[in-house]
Design a binder for this molecule. Structure first.
Ligand SMILES: *Cc1c(COP(=O)(O)O)cnc(C)c1O
Length: 339
């Protein structure tokens, strides 16, 4: 199968490859499998994150279509929205963000960054998945702008390309180290990362491994179950690339055991994971996504669902700006290792 990625429209936004490292001290503490970490928190666009990879393809498409304005949507502390604002800034595009909730008194975390990056924010109350974007598009079009809509999370057939490419990048790094992993574990929420990884694995992986997303959002991605949403995105992306593979639900592994009290509600699982990784490795995970996924990984090791024969790769998808606005929720509780 030959996919000519260098022929797909793509605009540089990040510093790739991102580092691949090993969590020696953390793994020793847990007495489980070897654990590697792929540092997409260090993509180099604003404060980093997995959306940089999707945006390299999405921004290229916007420019190809001659658009001058980017619109996207998310939660108030959306990493995707912040990364989009940074990407738009780099390519001289206006950026409008439809954010759930209402304007806060002070700008913290990603909201501060959105503001610094020059994005215009539209507060959308109960909606955080782009339900109100069409109104903004209509208004901007009437004003003479040419808007380009990036869906919630940047998860469509174009955004997913970033994670097909990411698996190619990872396989090259694993080759150099002569390591064969058994699992990739990461937070999954709008599905583009997951769908891209599955296709990337089909094309580039040299050994079989499990691509396991830890579910983050109870609300899921719409009317259909989340795994079906990922499946349909993987198949439509493969079709667009003329790759002759049809995925089935068996290819989609979503672990929904760690949803806790829902999206963005910090619990003991996240608090413990954030502290344990920080205290053993000096690496920070965030309260909404990577803290929950890392909490899931810790729990799977402690329950014996992963063994010392496995080699697990934790994909750090970013999110650190949210540590600050969530500081109260992170500090409270009694689950820190040293408390
Ligand atoms: C968006 C995001 C995810 C989830 O990626 P999807 O492609 O939306 O499933 C995971 N971690 C972080 C930090 C994110 O910002």
């Amino acid at each position: 199968m030959t996919i000519k990625f260098n022929q797909l429209p793509r605009k540089s936004l990040g510093l790739f490859p991102t580092p691949l490292a090993e969590l020696n001290h953390f793994a020793q503490y847990l007495k489980g499998p070897r654990i590697l970490i792929k540092r997409d928190d260090l993509t180099g666009l604003a404060l980093g994150g997995n959306k940089t990879r999707k945006l390299e393809f999405l921004i290229a498409d916007a420019l190809k279509q001659g658009c001058d304005t980017i619109i996207t949507a998310g939660a108030a502390q959306s990493n995707h929205c912040c990364q989009t604002a940074a990407a738009a800034a780099k390519y001289g595009l206006d950026c409008h963000l439809a954010l759930g909730g209402k304007a806060p008194d002070t700008l913290a975390g990603n909201l501060l960054l959105d503001d610094l990056l020059g994005a215009e924010i539209h507060w959308t109350g109960a909606f955080r998945k782009g339900e109100t974007i069409s109104d903004i598009v209509t208004k901007l079009t009437q004003e003479g702008y040419k808007p380009y809509v990036i869906p919630y999370g940047g998860s469509n057939e174009i955004g997913a390309l970033g994670f097909i490419e990411a698996i190619k990048e990872l396989q090259m790094q694993l080759d150099l180290l002569d390591i064969q992993i058994s699992h990739i574990i990461f937070p999954t929420s709008s599905g583009g990362t997951h769908a891209g990884m599955i296709i990337g694995k089909s094309i580039f992986a040299k050994n079989d491994f499990k691509v396991m997303g830890i579910g983050i959002d109870k609300g899921e991605a719409g009317d259909i179950p989340f795994d079906e949403h990922i499946l349909s995105l993987a198949n439509s992306t493969a079709e667009k690339l003329k790759i002759d593979i049809k995925y089935t639900l068996e290819d989609i592994i979503v672990n929904n055991e760690y949803l806790g009290d829902g999206y963005g509600v910090v619990g003991d699982l996240e608090r413990r994971a954030i502290r344990l990784l920080a205290e053993t490795e000096g690496i920070l995970v965030d309260p909404v996504y990577t803290g929950r996924a890392m909490g899931g990984l810790i729990s799977m090791i402690e329950k014996g669902e992963l063994s010392t024969k496995d080699i697990v790769l934790f994909w750090h998808t970013g999110g650190s700006p949210a540590l600050f606005p969530y500081s109260e929720e992170i500090i409270k509780g009694d689950s820190g290792e040293n408390q």
